[in-house]
Design a protein around this ligand. Sequence first.
Ligand SMILES: [Fe+2]
Length: 297
Amino acid sequence: MALRRPRSPEVPPKLLTRRKFIKSASLTAASSLGFAGYGFSNALDLPGVRRVNLELPALPAVWDGLRIVQISDIHAGPYMGVERMARMRKMAMKLDPDLIVFTGDQMDRRSSDAELFVRGFRGIEAPLGVWGILGNHDHFIDPERSEWALEAAGIQPLVNRGVALDREGSTLALVGVDDLQARGGRYPDFSVLNTYPTSFRICLCHQPQGWHQALAAGAHLTLAGHTHGGQIALTGRNLNVARFSTRYIAGPYRRDEAFLYVSRGVGVGALPVRVGAPPEIDLLTLRSTAAGARVAA
Ligand SMILES: [Fe+2]
């Protein structure tokens, strides 16, 4: 004979008492504050180092192993002080790079941010030079002042100009373009890439949507920033606020034999929060093989 379970007594509907309401509201507020606190501390942390191997079929063998440190979107200002920048400078140089590139938004939006940047990064150096371009925030301040800040820190501005680096008779062209939102007679001049017809060509372009123009002008590798990896990226790079302006959010992208690499950068804009998009300095090692790109760490 099957035993019947005793019928459970009817449970009266729960009433949300004032005390319970206050308790639940407090828990919600506490978890929100915890989330905000986590994002805030993430935004103010020292960046991690993201090591990436880029396997580039067009790279001459003599350049195999070239180490590039990319530092992007510093936003020197209220949330990026001199001491943190000085520690990043030491971090970057300790990575033993062949060259260092700054891919824009060195300053946030106040004219005085330029001095902060200079004090933080003055003295940075690498065997094949330290080079920089301007971002949209550098233009908010004043492009001439922002170029002055690069030079004062010992960084050579590459704004619509390039430099030919030589190794055993093989030329690697490093070209930088002005920001896509440059105004007042200034504009990004991708045609500079065409002036290095037989070289492997690297293009520095702050906003990743400039990749199409860089590709058309013959860039083999384009380095960009600007997106901050979405800054608040709870679901990776597929569903991400940065998608409103570009489909290239963070990391490597490939088209045929050419690559784009987008750094998540180290700083923050108006909102001092980073969630799911931690700050990073990128160590890119170029490999002259025919395989794809792979994130090593
Ligand atoms: Fe930025």
